[in-house]
Design a binder for this molecule. Structure first.
Ligand SMILES: Cc1cc2nc3c(=O)[nH]c(=O)nc-3n(C[C@H](O)[C@H](O)[C@H](O)COP(=O)(O)OP(=O)(O)OC[C@H]3O[C@@H](n4cnc5c(N)ncnc54)[C@H](O)[C@@H]3O)c2cc1C
Ligand code: FES
Length: 271
């Protein structure tokens, strides 16, 4: 019988330093591995452990897969200290991902905080690859300081694209920073968006997700048009262990992307 927990091997082909705490790992799976934007994988460091990450690369690139990882603990710390060309494991993909067909014809507002821009980069690639399907894409991104901003070069390239607006902010600037200073919620007003045909997708730390959701509701977004990537603690990824429970849902199987409408009556969703 097939072991559903057995990862497939993937060579770590490159490591890109994005910020002092965040790196992108470029993996080449030894077997075909397809995913939909917003789905996640379990990445294994052999003999050490595994952790869930949402690929940050385009699902249309079939031979490589990128994950952008913040160093927060045991597995991610060891991953940050690994050298190129080792063999890692990946299993999945898991979850439902972003429902791109429901964004069609809409103004798509994407709000990212910190490393939360990683899953959103995969979504942005998918939107840009078929930009004619959407009315416009607006990216609002907040990082703690200028040096914590990830994908710096890509962000300035995206801002030059037709039908795309990009607004960035940092919590604390430095002597070279000429841009916005303030939490990501402070750049959400006066956006070039028609609320009658807008959807919003939010990904970031729980506290950022909470206050961004409240702000977007305040601005007039409907709960059913507000999509949240819920990064709950996960283990199996398959709806079997119960670690990722949110009310009646399992984040791994029913999510990790939910509309706020699905979650709004569940207590403590931001914990
Ligand atoms: C669906 C999903 C997608 C994710 N995508 C990304 C991504 O693209 N990039 C990224 O940097 N991180 C992502 N994460 C978070 C990442 O999985 C955790 O940071 C990682 O598991 C921490 O492992 P660790 O052993 O280094 O930390 P630990 O030593 O286990 O703990 C350190 C801290 O991380 C928190 N943590 C531990 N395990 C998890 C977990 N499974 N989920 C969330 N928080 C956890 C703990 O509460 C603790 O505060 C994602 C999580 C989920 C569930
Ligand atoms: S991670 Fe095991 S049920 Fe979701």
């Amino acid at each position: 019988m097939k072991n559903i927990y057995k990862p497939i091997e993937a060579i770590l082909e490159d490591i890109i330093v994005e910020s002092p705490t965040i790196k992108t790992f470029v993996l080449r799976p030894k077997e075909p591995f397809a995913f939909k934007t917003g789905q996640f994988i379990e990445l294994t460091l052999p003999g050490i452990g595994e952790a869930p990450f949402t690929p940050s690369s385009s699902p249309n690139i079939k031979d490589k897969i990128e994950v952008t990882v913040m160093n927060v603990g045991r597995v991610t710390g060891l991953l940050h200290n690994i050298a190129k060309n080792v063999t890692l494991g990946i299993r999945g993909p898991y979850g439902k991902g972003y429902p791109l067909d429901r964004f069609e014809g809409k103004d798509v507002l994407i709000v990212g905080g910190g490393v939360g821009l990683a899953p959103l980069r995969s979504l942005l690639f998918s939107l840009f690859e078929q930009i004619e399907r959407y009315n416009k894409v607006v990216l609002c991104y907040g990082a703690r300081t200028p040096e914590d901003i990830i994908y710096k070069k890509s962000i300035s390239d995206w801002a030059k694209k037709k039908k795309v607006n990009v607004v960035t902010t940092v919590d604390v600037g430095d002597s070279n920073w000429k841009g916005n200073v303030g939490l990501v919620t402070t750049i959400l007003k006066d956006l070039p968006i028609n609320l009658k045909r807008a959807v919003s997708i939010v990904c970031g730390p729980p506290i950022m997700m909470k206050f961004t959701t409240l702000k977007l509701l305040d601005l007039g977004f409907k709960p059913e048009d507000l999509y949240l990537s819920m990064e709950k603690n996960m283990s199996c990824g398959l709806g079997k262990c119960g670690h990722c429970r949110i009310g009646k849902f399992y984040a791994c199987k029913d999510g990790p992307v939910f509309t706020y409408d699905m979650l709004k009556d569940i207590p403590d969703i931001w914990d």
